[in-house]
Design a protein around this ligand. Structure first.
Ligand code: FE2
Length: 342
């Protein structure tokens, strides 16, 4: 078996491959690691058969949809997962066959209603139902401490004690544990009475995870994250550095239109000398009259260098084949003490 554990901060994902057939499965992929996963698949000569999300993640951006689409592998989730992009939905006890590997789904709700764990030979991928020295929280949408109690005490903890536990999160750099170790050492599992366990979970009072709303929005809908939108735009446009622009200011200005797309107040307070003002919100409305020549070289700039990337990508789509974006924004320009005009 080929086994790779890929950590992104505290998020853990797993690539499991069958050596004999070169078939592989990827569990809980994270969006920023897409190139990493593809590199590992290529490095091991594996073909991805399934991408699995153990549950609807509220704290990171799932790469399942993107990878599934790019590599032609179905996205697998539990039957109750709200994600419309899940191609293949499992029930408790269903088994996936990946080459010579067999992964059996256990429905382990509680952290979320759609949580499942995957048992494979000597190990179990527990998602956020069971963590090393902890459990998933039950206070996020569709969480339920009663269900988590059942999933743990009537489910996961009945697996053979030597079963290795690979969770979807670990913030302390540990790779895995075992069911036996968790039964004896996991503080939350010492509350073996249902009422005491539920009371403990309800009293945790945890801070909301970062990106909660964006992660739920994108993971439940298959929509894009803002970062994804930006990186897709960035892949379609060239950039110009602040220093390069500064050097070009003295030259023949007619061959470069510096397009400042911020709001009027920001533009009036200080802009690159000679910049033309066209706010992002009016770009498509005024582009025909303001930029009649599609062959002109355009450099978009904004406050932080993000929205200007979107604007440059839009301009390229509209046919301005020489549109580029400033690498950095007016904030960085001011901090570098480059010249301003107001
Ligand atoms: Fe989670």
């Amino acid at each position: 078996m080929i086994f790779e554990q890929i950590a992104t901060g505290g998020c853990q994902s797993y690539l499991v491959g069958c050596e004999a057939t070169c078939a592989a499965v990827l569990i809980d992929p994270e969006f920023s690691q897409i190139d990493h996963y593809r590199g590992l698949l290529a490095q091991h000569g594996l073909t991805l058969k399934y991408v699995i999300d153990t549950h609807t993640h509220a704290d990171h951006f799932s790469a399942s949809r993107e990878l599934g689409k790019a590599l032609g592998a179905p996205v697998v989730m539990h039957r109750l997962a709200p994600a419309p992009y899940a191609d293949f939905r499992l029930d408790d006890g269903d088994m996936l066959i990946v080459g010579n590997l067999r992964l059996k789904a256990l429905h382990t709700p509680g952290h979320t209603r759609d949580s499942m764990s995957l048992v494979m030979d000597d190990r179990v991928f527990t998602g956020d139902a069971l963590l090393i020295g902890g459990t998933g929280r039950t206070d996020l949408p569709t969480g339920d401490p009663h269900e988590l109690y059942d999933s743990l005490f009537d489910g996961l903890l009945r697996l053979p004690p030597e079963t290795r536990v690979y969770p979807a999160h670990d913030y302390k750099g540990r790779s895995h544990s075992t069911i036996g170790t968790e039964i004896t050492d996991n503080p939350r599992l010492q509350k073996t009475e249902r009422a005491a366990f539920v009371a403990m979970m309800q009293a945790l009072d945890l801070a909301a995870p970062t990106h909660l709303t964006e992660a739920l929005r994108t993971n439940m809908s298959g929509g894009k994250t803002v970062a994804q939108l930006l990186s897709e735009a960035a892949a379609k446009v060239p950039f110009m550095s602040l220093g390069e622009l500064n050097e070009r200011l003295g030259g023949n200005r007619r061959d470069l239109v510096i397009l400042d797309i911020r709001e009027k107040e920001a533009f009036d307070a200080g802009h690159v000398p000679g910049a033309v003002h066209l706010p992002r919100g009016q770009l498509e409305l005024r582009v025909n009259s303001e930029l009649p020549d599609p062959t002109v070289r355009i450099l978009t700039c904004c406050e932080f260098g993000k929205i200007s990337t979107l604007a440059a990508a839009t301009l390229r789509e509209l046919g301005y084949g020489r549109a580029a974006a400033l690498d950095g924004g007016m904030k960085a320009w001011r901090e570098a003490e480059f010249p301003l005009e107001s």
